[in-house]
Design a protein around this ligand. Structure first.
Ligand code: NAI
Length: 392
């Protein structure tokens, strides 16, 4: 260890519209300092998530302007990085060759932005691509953010529903519990199931991956059996595969009755890198009782409900369809805390003897590295951009 840390981590304030999170929280600054890094944070970066400048300073971070953060840091940590909005383009002027940028970059959703980033010569790691291996669990931002989204989706549904969630036996009569149907029982769906159960609802859930049946049941929810053969619905990463329009048509038909009988439907079904499958039609929503609520967590990926409009609430007859986007930003204190732990674990994995080492021998480094030395280096993104393969 030397007296002057060779790793200077910069944390700019998030600029993407509606983004309230911050990439590091004070407690995690202390952890990184212990690992030999110094943290420079933009003034006010934690204001929207409840982390004051003074709290960062108390843990050893230095406050600075945005230009200073980019100018001094060897590594930039962000929640949303390499976007295609005006603020991201402005930041790209601040980047320099060889500087490391780590954050969520939507690499498969917006590959053009990755191409633009690559032209800066800086190195980009997209945390969405962290492999789902045991060693990387502590870095899995998709899981931590999905946990928050699943929880918040239930709160939003409960808040808009004209009925109560729990069963109540009162002198004024018995209130029957709300019926909640969760479609897709990955990380967000399982958290939605658990949260709806805690509020006292009767919960049903369905997923194409047969392996989750037991997990659904262990949370006290009922697994909806649909007589449709998904075959091998899982890819080797544990994610769902795309199953084709004929399967989805059958699935919609078979789910219609469960949807009609539910007060709340929460959809979370996603296929990595693809548009979300449409699982609930307008007719299915119209068949729900007036006052019912649908929360579509797949809104950003096109939606599981065909009426969904991302970022908006639309009415289909008497039913509210909430096109939920970026719910973790609605819980910024804990979302930032969880994100910070994930990103710090990712950085720590690259610190060797007090220096940052980018070694593509490490699967975690290799899978997340998307731009380096002026090139897009991830095969899937290169393919989407129509670039010839090769490189790293
Ligand atoms: P996701 O966000 O990509 O999708 C959400 C859920 O929708 C998935 O469970 C998927 O099977 C389901 N789905 C897709 N098409 C559907 C359809 N037509 N109907 C109903 N459901 C549909 O997935 P998420 O939540 O990120 O994770 C999926 C799985 O990945 C986990 O359950 C787990 O097995 C695995 N995983 C592994 C981790 C690790 O090993 N470190 C960490 C987190 C997840």
């Amino acid at each position: 260890m030397t007296d002057t840390p060779s790793i200077i981590i910069g944390v700019p304030r998030e600029t993407s519209p509606g983004e309230t999170r911050v990439a590091l929280v004070p407690a995690v600054v202390a952890v990184l300092a212990k690992a030999g890094a110094q943290v420079v944070i933009e003034r006010g970066a934690g204001d929207a998530s409840g982390y004051a400048d003074a709290a960062f300073e108390a843990k050893g971070a230095t406050l600075a302007s945005r230009d200073e953060v980019f100018g001094r840091a060897s590594v930039i940590l962000g929640v949303r990085v390499a976007g295609s909005d005006a603020a991201s383009r402005e930041d790209s002027q601040r980047l320099r060759r060889g500087q490391l940028v780590i954050g969520m970059a939507d690499p498969l959703g917006d590959p053009e932005a990755i191409r633009a980033f690559a032209s800066t010569g800086a190195t980009l790691f997209a945390l969405e691509l962290v492999p789902r291996i045991t060693r990387a669990q502590s870095m899995d931002v998709l899981s931590s953010m999905a946990t928050i989204a699943g929880y918040k989706a239930v709160l939003m549904a409960a808040d808009s529903l004209p009925r109560m969630f729990p069963m109540m036996m009162t002198a004024a009569g018995t209130i029957t519990p709300a019926r909640v149907f969760v479609v897709g029982a990955g990380v967000a769906g399982l958290q939605a199931i658990a949260s709806a159960k805690r509020l006292g609802a009767v919960v049903h859930a369905y997923d194409v991956r047969a392996a989750v049946k037991e997990q659904i049941q262990s949370l006290g929810a009922k697994f909806v059996e649909l007589p449709v053969e998904a075959g091998n619905a899982e890819d080797k990463g544990g994610y769902a595969r795309e199953l084709g329009e004929e399967f989805y048509r059958k699935q919609r038909e078979l789910m219609a009755k469960v949807v009609a009988e539910s007060d709340v439907v929460i959809t979370t079904a996603m296929i990595p890198g693809k548009k979300a499958p449409v699982l609930i039609t307008r007719d299915m929503v119209e068949a729900m009782a007036p006052g019912s609520v649908v929360v579509d967590l797949a809104a950003e990926r096109g939606g599981n409900v065909d009426a969904t409009r991302a970022g908006e609430t639309v009415w289909v007859g008497g039913v509210r369809v909430i096109g939920a986007v970026n719910l973790p930003a609605a819980m910024p204190y804990h979302a930032s805390q969880m994100y910070a732990r994930n990103v710090a674990a990712f950085v720590q994995n690259m610190i060797k003897d007090g220096a940052l080492v980018v070694s593509t021998d490490d699967e975690i480094v290799r899978d997340t590295l998307v731009a380096r030395d002026g090139d897009v280096v991830n095969a899937a993104i290169r393919e989407r951009l129509g670039l010839t393969t090769a490189t790293a």
